[in-house]
Design a binder for this molecule. Structure first.
Ligand SMILES: [Zn+2]
Length: 256
């Protein structure tokens, strides 16, 4: 009886070993698995906000998507928030969905007494950002060596209307070599489904001095742009445009 149970144990062990070996050999593991990491920027301060780093595990561009620099531009921070689950096949995607969390919580452009976050970034080559939050965002762009930066915003009117002083429905980029064709294709893709001419997206250059996109484009060598939807449209439409622009950028870079 004892011999039988010993044999049985041997058979069971051998079978298990064979099973494990066949599983390991038959299913090759990816060379490097993708991963997603949540970090907190401006940690330990009232500005603390989550940032998501999605790594494909393969070499490629570093793209950063920012939402909520202005707290009352909801399509931007909602669309950015939906990008944190994006599967990428190369490079790194960094998403900072609720950059100015305190302003978002109060649904205001900027938090009372703190001025406009999008004018707090350097305006000269050796300049430094103003304030804790701009410093933390600036440090993140440098730390992760961002190549492309999309900042999601909204305007109150259509940029193509002559009476409008708003930049709603536009893409404003900092000119860099080979970047124009990329942003042009984003605009082209969006406009191909818009029939009303004044509702089409405009392609503009030079974001305002002191803005995140201007400073990263001019002083850090990022290919940066602001993407502006128009709040005269339905929220779901604006979120769709924001995500479509972001996904077009990622697909042009062969990341999705
Ligand atoms: Zn804005």
């Amino acid at each position: 009886m004892k011999r039988v149970s010993t044999k049985l144990r041997w058979f069971t062990s051998l079978f298990l070993l064979a099973f494990i070996l066949s599983t390991v050999l038959a299913v090759p593991l990816p060379a490097q698995a993708s991963s997603s990491q949540k970090v907190v920027i401006a940690k330990g301060t009232v500005y603390a906000t989550n940032m998501y780093i999605i790594r494909s595990g393969k070499p490629g561009p570093v793209v950063m998507i920012v939402g909520g620099v202005h707290g009352n531009e909801s399509a931007g921070y909602i669309a950015a928030g939906r990008m944190i689950n994006t599967n990428i096949k190369k490079g790194t995607l960094i998403v900072l969905p609720r950059a100015n969390k305190r302003a978002i919580d109060r649904n205001v452009r900027y938090y009372k007494g703190h001025g406009d976050l999008n004018r707090d970034f350097p305006t000269s080559k050796y300049g430094t950002p103003d304030g804790t939050l701009a410093k933390a965002i600036w440090a993140a762009v440098k730390k992760y060596d961002v190549d492309y930066l999309m900042d999601m915003h909204e305007g109150y009117n259509y940029s193509k209307l002559k009476s409008s002083s708003s930049v709603g429905q536009s893409l404003i980029y900092y000119p860099a070599s080979y970047f124009r064709s990329m942003v042009n294709s984003i605009i082209y893709r969006l406009n191909s489904n818009i029939s009303t001419s004044y509702k089409k997206f405009s392609l503009l250059r030079y974001p305002a001095k002191g803005s995140l996109t201007r400073a990263t484009g001019q002083y850090l060598g990022c290919k940066s742009f602001i993407f502006e939807t128009c709040t005269k449209q339905k929220l779901s439409t604006r979120i769709y445009y924001q995500q479509r622009a972001a996904k077009t950028l990622l697909s042009k870079l062969n990341m999705i």
